[in-house]
Design a protein around this ligand. Structure first.
Ligand code: UDP
Ligand code: MG
Length: 324
C-alpha cells in the first residue's frame, strides 16, 4: 500500500496489567474503524514489576500492529515518552496513557485536524472525572505559576494526550535534557497548534502511579528546566536586603554620633545575623538547584537504556539491545 500514512500510538506503561486488557479492546476497536491509515501501537514498558510486558507480548502474537520497547528499568513517564518518540515509525504520533483516561475515540478527530495542516493537535480537558479537588487545584496553580514565569504560551488543562506531526517529533527528539517537562517542551517547539476538547475519564483499572512527592518533583523540574526566573529571586531579595542593611547602618552610626555615643544593639545584631544567614541559605538552595542540573547535563548520559525492541517488521524475536 503506497502513500498510506502511518500513525504511531505511543503508550507508556508502568505496572498496567490491570488496565491493559481494557486498553487493547478499546484501542483495537478505534483503529479498526479508521480506514486509510496504518497504525503502529508502540508500548514503552517502563520497567514494570508486574505482568505488563508479558501481556503486551501476548497481544503482539495476535495483533501485529503492536510494537514495544522494554526499558531496562523504570525511568519515569517523561523519559518513556522520549523513548517512544525515538522508536516511533509513523508520520505522526499520538501519546496516550494506558489507563484509558485519554479516550481513544478522539483519535479520528485528532487526525482530521492534522490533515487540515495542524502539527500539534492537543486534547484539552473539559472535565476531569475521578480526580480529587486537591489534585485539580494544585494542577491549576501549577499552570498559573508556570505561565507567569515565561513568555511561551502554555496550554491550560492539557496533558500529554495529543497528536504530533513528524516535524514536532523530530524537534522533540533534539531536546535531550535529563530533567524533562514535556508540557513546556510542546509549547516551546511551537508549530501550528489546534485544541480539541474532551472529557477526561477516571482511570479504568489499577492505581495512579503518581504521588504528591512525584508531582512536586515534576513541578520543580518543569519550572527550573523551563526558565531561569527562580535565579532572579536571589537578585530581587538581595536588593531590598542590601537596602535595609545600608539604612540600618546609617541609622546605627547616626544614633551613635548624635545620641548614645555607643552601639548597644547586640540583640539587633543577632537578629540581623539570623536574617542574613537565612537569606544566604535560600540563595545557596537556588544555586544548588541549578548546579545540580549542570552536573546532570554535563554527565551526558543516555536518557534511557533499552532492554529489547520488537519492531513491526521483526515479527520473529525481539532484538536485545546494548548501548548504541
Ligand atoms: N507511567 C510510566 N512510568 C511511570 C509512571 C507512569 O510510564 O513511572 C505511565 C502509566 O503507565 C500511564 C501514564 O504514564 O500510562 C500515566 O500515569 P498515571 O495514570 O498513573 O498518571 P495520572 O493519570 O494519575 O496522572
Ligand atoms: Mg492516569
Amino acid at each position: 500500500m503506497k502513500n498510506v500514512k502511518t500513525i504511531t500510538i505511543i503508550v507508556p506503561a508502568y505496572n498496567e496489567e490491570e488496565a491493559l486488557p481494557y486498553f487493547f479492546d478499546r484501542i483495537k476497536n478505534v483503529v479498526d474503524d479508521i480506514k486509510n491509515y496504518n497504525f503502529e501501537i508502540l508500548f514503552i514498558n517502563d520497567g514494570s514489576k508486574d505482568k505488563t510486558l508479558e501481556i503486551i507480548k501476548k497481544y503482539k502474537e495476535k495483533e501485529n500492529r503492536i510494537s514495544y520497547v522494554n526499558l531496562s528499568r523504570n525511568f519515569g513517564k517523561e523519559v518513556a515518552m522520549i523513548a517512544g518518540l525515538d522508536y516511533a515509525k509513523g508520520d505522526a504520533i499520538v501519546f496516550m496513557d494506558a489507563d484509558l483516561q485519554d479516550p481513544p475515540e478522539l483519535i479520528p478527530e485528532l487526525i482530521k485536524w492534522w490533515e487540515e495542516g495542524y502539527d500539534d493537535v492537543y486534547a484539552k480537558r473539559k472535565t476531569r472525572a475521578g480526580e480529587t479537588w486537591l489534585k485539580k487545584f494544585t494542577s491549576k496553580m501549577y499552570y498559573k505559576v508556570l505561565q507567569s514565569l515565561t513568555n511561551v504560551q502554555i496550554q491550560k488543562d492539557t496533558g500529554d494526550f495529543r497528536l504530533l506531526d513528524k516535524r514536532c517529533v523530530n524537534a522533540l527528539k533534539k531536546m535531550r535534557e535529563t530533567q524533562r517537562c514535556s508540557k513546556s517542551m510542546f509549547s516551546w517547539i511551537g508549530y501550528k497548534k489546534k485544541e480539541v476538547l474532551y472529557d477526561r475519564d477516571p482511570r479504568i483499572a489499577g492505581k495512579t502511579k503518581w504521588n504528591y512527592k512525584k508531582l512536586i518533583d515534576l513541578a520543580i523540574d518543569g519550572i527550573t528546566s523551563f526558565t531561569t526566573s527562580p535565579l532572579r529571586i536571589s537578585t530581587y531579595l538581595a536588593i531590598p536586603t542590601f537596602g535595609a542593611l545600608v539604612i540600618y547602618f546609617i541609622y546605627v552610626i547616626c544614633k551613635m554620633i548624635l545620641i548614645t555615643h555607643k552601639i548597644d544593639a547586640y540583640q539587633a545584631i543577632i537578629l540581623l545575623i539570623l536574617f542574613f544567614s537565612g537569606i544566604q541559605i535560600l540563595l545557596f538552595g537556588i544555586i544548588g538547584e541549578y548546579l545540580g542540573r549542570i552536573f546532570n547535563e554535563s554527565k551526558n548520559r543516555p536518557l534511557y537504556l533499552v532492554d529489547e525492541y520488537l519492531s513491526l517488521i521483526h515479527i520473529s524475536e525481539p532484538t536485545r539491545l546494548d548501548v548504541i
